[in-house]
Design a protein around this ligand. Structure first.
Ligand SMILES: [Zn+2]
Length: 281
């Protein structure tokens, strides 16, 4: 089976046609089958078996969607956990419910940070079941933001370029990444980031897979690229180290061998999926 990025999958039926109908959403919230997401320390709560925790509806601020015929809601959390502290909590999260976790965390956090109109400064109100905010003063509409990030494996003669950020756990190497800038294509962002961070020129940028990353609202766009030469000039302001790893070395790392030359990224990172797919190809 082809490895899929964590947080991907259909999750809930988003039921977009219902969002414009405030009365229909209110009826769904009053249904005995409706459930509301439980939060714990700024994150959707995760039970011991890895499932999300739901209870009776009391504050249906945001309509997350339908699980078959069960409406699912969440309150807007007072604050969300955006730091690496979340990663430990997520290690137990079920892949089936991970897309719901990602949507609720990203959407809940967006509402907390966007209570005022970016155009005129007036307080905004929630519309479309929580998938938009509107300004009563200037009528501007505001939508939850999604920030595209490219994350890529550069290949040269069957070796991969991986880098180390200073905040990584000891031994960890991962794919290089960076935000797509205004006016830039995905392909150009991949080439620019690899040039800036590692000093390499690449061609044949190819899309591989994507992943919502709710810290707070990124969309990770996984790509591959072919480097024209092996010589590296690492930007030490961005990376602590960067180097090429052979297919055997990547295999050893993913298999958890004691002799592996690096620790791979965790299972919920799309960098891990990119490495697994490269190895399987
Ligand atoms: Zn306004």
């Amino acid at each position: 089976m082809r490895p899929e990025p964590f947080f991907s999958g259909p999750g809930l039926d988003r039921a977009d046609p219902l969002r414009a109908d405030a009365e229909a959403i209110a009826r769904l919230a009053g249904s005995p089958k409706a459930r509301q997401l439980v939060w714990s320390e700024g994150l959707p709560a995760i039970a011991e078996d890895g499932s999300l925790v739901w209870r009776e509806v009391s504050a249906p601020d945001l309509f997350l969607g339908l699980d078959r015929d069960e409406p699912r809601f969440t309150a807007i959390p007072a604050a969300v956990e955006g730091s690496r502290a979340a990663f430990g909590v997520m290690s137990n999260l079920s892949p089936d419910e991970a897309p719901i976790f990602a949507a609720a965390l990203s959407l809940g956090g967006w509402h907390g940070r966007h209570r005022f109109c970016a155009t005129c400064g007036a307080p905004t109100s929630i519309v479309r079941g929580g998938w938009s905010r509107t300004c009563p003063r200037c009528s501007a509409e505001h939508y939850p933001r999604v920030d595209p990030v490219v994350i890529m494996l550069a290949e040269y003669e069957d070796s991969l370029l991986l880098g180390r950020q200073p905040q990584y756990p000891p031994g960890r190497y991962s794919a290089l990444a960076g935000f797509v800038e205004a006016g830039e294509t995905i392909e150009d962002a991949v080439a620019r980031e690899l040039k800036e961070e590692a000093g390499i020129t690449v061609a044949d940028v190819t899309y591989v897979a994507s992943q919502p990353w709710p810290f707070p609202s990124s969309l990770m766009i996984g790509c591959s690229a072919r480097a024209s030469a092996a010589e590296l000039t690492i930007d030490t302001a961005e990376l602590e180290d960067g180097r090429w790893f052979s297919r055997e070395e990547v295999a050893a790392a993913l298999h958890g061998d004691h002799s592996a030359p690096f620790q791979p990224p965790p299972r919920f990172a799309i960098a891990r999926t990119l490495l697994e797919r490269w190895l399987a190809a």
